[in-house]
Design a protein. Sequence first.
Length: 550
Amino acid sequence: MPRSPYEFSAGSIPDAPRSDRPQLLSALAADLRRTGYTLDGVAQLLGPAASAALNRDQIIPALLATEHAVRRDESARPLAAVVRLWLLAEPQERGVLDAALPGVGSEGLLELGLVQPVPGTTLLAAKADLRPYGWDANEDGSGGAELWVASDLAAHQQEGVLRHDHVLGIGQASTTLVQTTVRRHTRRALDLGTGCGIQAFHLLHHCEHVTATDISERALAFTRFNILLNAEALSVDPARFEDRVSLRLGSLLEPVGGEEFDLVVSNPPFVITPRRAGEDAEGQFTYRDGGLPGDDIVSSLVADLPGVLAPGGTAQMLGNWEVPAGAEWHERPRSWVRPGTDAWFIQREQVAPEQYAETWLQDASEGRDREHYRDAYAAYLTDFESRNVEGIGFGMVWLRRPLPGGEPTVSRFEEITYPIEQPIGPHLDAAVERCDWLAANTLEDTHLLVAEDVTEERHQRPGAEHPGVILLRQGAGLRRTNLLSTELAGFVSACDGDLTAGQIAGALEALLGGGMDGDGAGFDAGSFRSTLLADVENLVRDGFLVPARA
């Protein structure tokens, strides 16, 4: 493939870790592994309470826990020093780091750009956050990984407002997208807006080649550093980096124009941020603010992503959307989807403009300057008011380009705000397969079974002859609840695989039709059957009922 003019290969970018020192990277990885700087190792050192506090960005319990651990066992000192340096942003003596990480040493850390001297002392302070990351193996033992991820220091690790080209670490949004993404073997994948590379790490485990883009040179420098630091675990040959990874510098889809991908994932800078007078995009936070007014960045991606998908290819992303006063939340997102595209939006929450402003002002520590906070808060409210916005939704987006000659089978816009099973990706994949199956098969000729995770609840008033409420509940996946009519409950109870859906519907039709006035008078058999089977189709689509295997 010819080299793209957007290709990024720099190993040294100011204020970012260096990735052009392969021997130092190899030595660092070996040291971290030897020290036990892993998710399990850190959790064991800190204990449950301090680990939980650290997950809330509270570092004091972890500082105390490391002190106690060293007092109890001197052999814990190397790991405690590494934890205090990078997770707690506590400067460490050069000699302590030389002892903890003898392969790379303090001089190597300085050369890589991971630490910096504290003026007037022999201490070294973290210049970046470097923390363990990973995921469990599959049941067959494949697919797991233990990695380390570098990013900029977070708000709780430093003073002042974050720099505008801040490179975000492992956040809630990025892990949400990880859990949402459908994992299948894929030839070419695109990580749009890669940040520090979290999505790319996962893609490299099931995709032959990953293209990662970002508008920030620093973000791409962090991604390159992280991939090369974890080259062995990610099956990347540092000498042939481009065989598996292509890094591109540019905005949105510009760096990949004319190319097609089997899978696109994106945690784009979707935060809706007001633009102040005279301010350009460079005055905003590149990791979260797309530089476009309102939710234009999300709407443009929803419309344009199918253009870079190969036939049958899918895209998954997160996003915010504005909800105008008096409108349903899905009206605007639905209008963004181009004809001929499969689309599934799931809104996970909706907040008022005030809540939205507070969340993102706190995110960048903008509350530390009272006057700035007041002006920025007011700017948010004025911006939303100018477009008559009364709510901002957040959720997951799935898109697909149908195969040649195929028609879209998925068009879903739903709100699910309660807890769901994680990772949800496999369940989304199964749901899409059910939609495709329904489009290609005749339901009436199908033998159905109740899914294994489904239970039934019946509620009735004391002394009542029949239940007033019948519910089906899913214990897995999206954990839906479905309110059943008596007739639909009867249909579900008969789904043991012996009769076809058409035969069960016919039996209920005969039972109910012959039970009114003795001759079925007033019973509309055609309407009953079509309504019942439409409800059954919804139960199949949502996974309450599944086709019996031959």
